[in-house]
Design a protein around this ligand. Sequence first.
Ligand code: C2G
Length: 133
Amino acid sequence: MKRVITYGTFDLLHYGHINLLRRAKALGDYLIVALSSDEFNNGQKGKRTYFTYEERKKLLEAIRYVDLVIPEINWEQKVKDVQEYKIDVFVMGDDWKGKFDFIKDYCEVVYLERTPEISTTKIKSDLFASHIG
Ligand code: C2G
């Protein structure tokens, strides 16, 4: 069983995230998503989320490509996760290209192309623009 892991906040879940998760799952048989906790987002990541961790976890668990959701609580847990969950492939969108190459000592590292035209920031700004008319 080939085990894949990926990390993210996945707030305001959109088809860019789904494209990533679909391709990540296609690289193996079992996909773990390490989901950024509210504390991690509000603290070190400096990301304000619309949905709470529990709400984002429920959304991810409803996706056919996702087999397990675990919390991501800091930047430093990746090597431990790869070892603990016996990961074969570590996957991230290519906005992170190169940033996790140190993990190549432990498993395969794959950067997948981001879906260019969509982002949570764009969704929020489009909604705001349409609201103010
Ligand atoms: N993504 C994508 N296409 C988009 C938007 C996002 O492929 N249009 C990918 C990102 O590249 C990432 C994943 O979807 O691999 C999750 O995106 P975010 O929630 O924005 O992830 P991020 O906040 O960058 O968290 O420790 C790593 C961090 O937790 C990554």
